[in-house]
Design a binder for this molecule. Structure first.
Ligand SMILES: C[S@@+](CC[C@H](N)C(=O)[O-])C[C@H]1O[C@@H](n2cnc3c(N)ncnc32)[C@H](O)[C@@H]1O
Length: 270
């Protein structure tokens, strides 16, 4: 990363598959956000921290043949996955930038639309990161951010170790230099920088044992609780207790899971 800090969630095949499943579960939320933004044909779009490019591929359809989508991503593994998909499917209007945003040389005021999903809460200097993005956004252009305000996560019936999960996950984000509440600071940072706040909309998903959202959480916690213990962010005993409580609930008919809040934020550069 720009600050030499390692990206906390890591890059590997299991994480790629988790991101792909995550995209399926949250796709409607992102699609609704794009509908409200009213993305136009011909726009030049930047997908920052694109991962394997699931959103870049959606943006490409919305901006059409006359548009341009750039996927910026530091992981070569994720970018190669997207490049292979584009080659296989004859997709020619996606450009690629390999590297961290902090290090990328991008023309000032180039993009009509900049999008980031689950990126800005993870970077070590998010305000500086945002200011760079505002510089490469055209006057009149839109920046749209989807990220956590890490509140609201809950597993019902309550009463077990999982009731304290939010603190553990926030510590995980912070261990990578991230800020699980950066979205909360965005309205005032926008105001300071003459960015009009067009929308600020919190969204949460909830579901029972058969829902996509509980399976999404399952794929995160069954892998990342152990990584949190390995990185000494929580103790092995805490990881085991969280996981036991989770697994006890996972297939019960009275279980309900609530995701943490994700905020859809749009700003317009005047
Ligand atoms: C949780 S993933 C989200 C991927 C994608 N945006 C999505 O919604 O499917 C976060 C991504 O941000 C990328 N990333 C981390 N630090 C970054 C940085 N400094 N500049 C640009 N991208 C970064 C990671 O490599 C990873 O692909």
């Amino acid at each position: 990363m720009g600050s030499n800090q390692e990206y906390i969630l890591g890059v590997n095949q299991t994480e790629l598959e988790r991101l792909e499943f995550q995209h399926k579960v949250w796709k409607n939320v992102t699609d609704d956000f794009f509908r409200r933004i009213n993305i136009q044909k011909g726009w030049k779009c930047l997908d920052v921290g694109a991962g394997p490019g699931f959103v870049s591929l959606e943006l490409r359809i919305l901006t059409g043949e006359s548009g341009e989508v750039t996927a910026l991503e530091p992981s070569e593994f994720y970018l190669d996955h997207l490049k292979a998909h584009c080659t296989k499917n004859n997709i020619n209007n996606i450009k690629f930038i390999h590297g961290n945003l902090e290090d990328a040389a991008i023309e000032n005021e180039y993009y009509d639309f900049i999008f980031l999903r689950w990126v800005i809460d993870f970077v070590p200097e998010p305000e500086k990161f945002l200011l760079k993005l505002l510089g490469i956004l055209k006057k009149g252009g839109l920046i749209a951010i989807q990220d956590y305000a890490y509140e609201g996560i809950a597993l019902f019936p309550k009463g077990g170790a999982f009731d304290n999960i939010a603190e553990a996950v926030k510590s995980y984000w912070k261990a990578g230099g991230g800020d699980p509440y950066f979205t909360v600071k965005l309205p005032s940072i926008f105001e300071k920088n003459n960015i009009e706040l067009v929308e600020y909309k919190p969204v949460s998903l909830a579901g029972n044992k058969d829902s996509g959202v509980i399976e999404w959480a399952h794929r995160f916690f069954t892998v990342h609780l152990q990584l949190m213990a390995d990185k000494k962010i929580i103790s092995q005993m805490e990881a085991d207790e969280f996981l036991d409580d989770w697994l006890r609930h996972r297939h019960e008919p009275d279980t309900m899971f609530f995701s943490p809040v994700v905020v859809d934020i749009t700003g317009k550069k005047s």
